[in-house]
Design a binder for this molecule. Structure first.
Ligand code: SAM
Length: 209
């Protein structure tokens, strides 16, 4: 992967301390994540792209027979996912590769669906990453955004914005708005569900026009 200075702090974080506590953070989300992925109604032979697949928390909710391409910039997160795929004996269907989600090396209109789990709040340029997903998903394809994106409400307090300025470079932003990310793209939100007990995380089913 070409070296990208903008990703360096994210890479350092996801290749060092984050993998230690990440499973504990994801544990309470299992039921909600499963329900969100269920909105895609994945069928045998469907092709799915997962940018920022991380350590593969989505993979166990994807039916066998669905063809998955997961990409990530962190070798440590990706190696955990690769191990899970090996243990589940699912290597025929799931490919995991180091790749920048802002620059997907797939042709236009390749995938039936995409899963963006806690990725758009983490990637450096969410608009660019989302435009790449829209490019590689087929017309009428489904894109699941499962993330703690803000809707309508705008955070303005100094404190929140200063904290976010630090957090967004090493872990994730918590003030990004879904409308800002999808605005320029030929998509529409067809369904929105709660993605955790508190409603902090949401699942958005987005359809490419
Ligand atoms: C918060 S984790 C989410 C992992 C997984 N999708 C999940 O739902 O648990 C965000 C992931 O995005 C990856 N990431 C950040 N920037 C990226 C980029 N430009 N391209 C690909 N992956 C990226 C990180 O390395 C990390 O594994």
């Amino acid at each position: 992967m070409a070296f990208k200075l903008k990703n360096i702090i994210t890479l350092l974080s996801f290749n060092s301390f984050i993998p230690y506590f990440y499973p504990a953070m994801m544990f309470p989300l299992r039921k909600w994540r499963k329900e969100a992925i269920g909105m895609l109604n994945l069928q045998d032979g469907d092709k799915v792209i997962i940018p920022g697949v991380g350590s593969g928390h989505d993979l166990k909710y994807i039916p066998k027979g669905v063809i998955v391409n997961g990409v990530d910039i962190s070798e440590v997160m990706l190696n955990i996912a690769i191990l899970k795929v090996k243990i589940a004996n699912n290597e025929d269907y799931i490919s995991l590769n180091i790749m920048d989600g802002e620059d997907l090396r797939f042709p236009d209109n390749t995938f039936d669906s995409a899963i963006l789990g806690l990725f758009l709040t983490c990637v450096f340029d969410p608009q660019k990453a989302f435009s790449e997903v829209v490019r590689v998903v087929k017309p009428k394809g489904k894109i699941l955004i499962y993330d703690h994106l803000v809707r309508k409400k705008k955070w303005s307090a100094h404190f929140v914005r200063s904290m976010d300025a630090v957090m967004k470079y090493n872990f994730c932003s918590f003030i990004r708005r879904v409308e800002d990310i999808i605005a320029e793209q030929p998509v529409s939100v067809s369904k929105e569900i709660r993605g955790d007990f508190f409603g902090f995380i949401k699942g958005f089913l987005v359809i490419k026009n």
